[in-house]
Design a protein around this ligand. Sequence first.
Ligand code: ZN
Ligand code: ZN
Length: 318
Amino acid sequence: MLVRFWGTRGSLPVALGHDGIRDKVFKALSKANGQSFADDAAINRFIDDQLPFTVRGGFGGNSSCVELDLESDEHIICDMGSGLRGLGQKIMQTQGGGPRIFNFFMSHVHWDHIMGFPFFVPAYIPGNKIRIHGCHETMEEALRKQQSDPCFPVHFDFLGSDIEFVKLKPGETYEVAGVSVRAILQPHHGDSFGYRFEKDGKAVVYSTDGEHKMESEEETERFVEFFRGADVVVFDSMYSLADMMSMKEDWGHSSNVIGVDLCHRAGVKHYCMFHHEPIFDDEAIDKILNETIRYEEITRDGAALKVSTAYDGLEIEL
Ligand SMILES: [Zn+2]
Ligand SMILES: [Zn+2]
């Protein structure tokens, strides 16, 4: 299984603007000052080896969309944020128009998690099968409303693929595309659901848009059990602890620190921070990553927990 991130930003997609691009060019040229490069390969080596991630690239700005690549004709995709457009384009370019089966798993239907679907080209192609799994009654209503007048020109019924909505119950285990899947209810406005996927002894948890306060031991233990021993936990760590404590309590999202605490208790191997605050630039997200790595080190009481931050384009091989 390969976990591939197409969108990692929370609430609203963001693009790097003029000033942000100029700042990266300035930093790259400053670092290159006085050096000479024999050929293109030397320039590429300099970019890859000497420029930090926040200068040579960045975390990206598409909203939530994560693919579990099973290397088969069936796809598993978590959420339909703006990152879904890129996934659809790649499928059209590399694998033709169909027929294929796309299994979506919806955390919930907030705008940032569904806005990519009208731009998902495989949904327009007859022969493709799209199964939209989730625990909300409102999935179909939300997707239809999103593609209705006066907000969008192409109606949902115009989509040429065969679309089915599959209602799941949290706590029950389902087999989809050879993967075992279980959902959990998460604290969020209008509820959200996390998913645990298991295949060939590997486990991935996708848990976004949940505000974990860790005030109730019973509630904390419910999530510790769900995360238990996972190879990767993709976790909504939208805010820093300082933000959480000051003004963003009850905004429906968690902090970087709570993710570490839950993953430590659950014996998780890799904690991947996700659903980044749209206001944060690359430097701010990188700073939170470094603070989280430090926090993990000083609170560790057992095996090391790998800490990373998701970015658009990241792939994690299991
Ligand atoms: Zn969200
Ligand atoms: Zn939400």
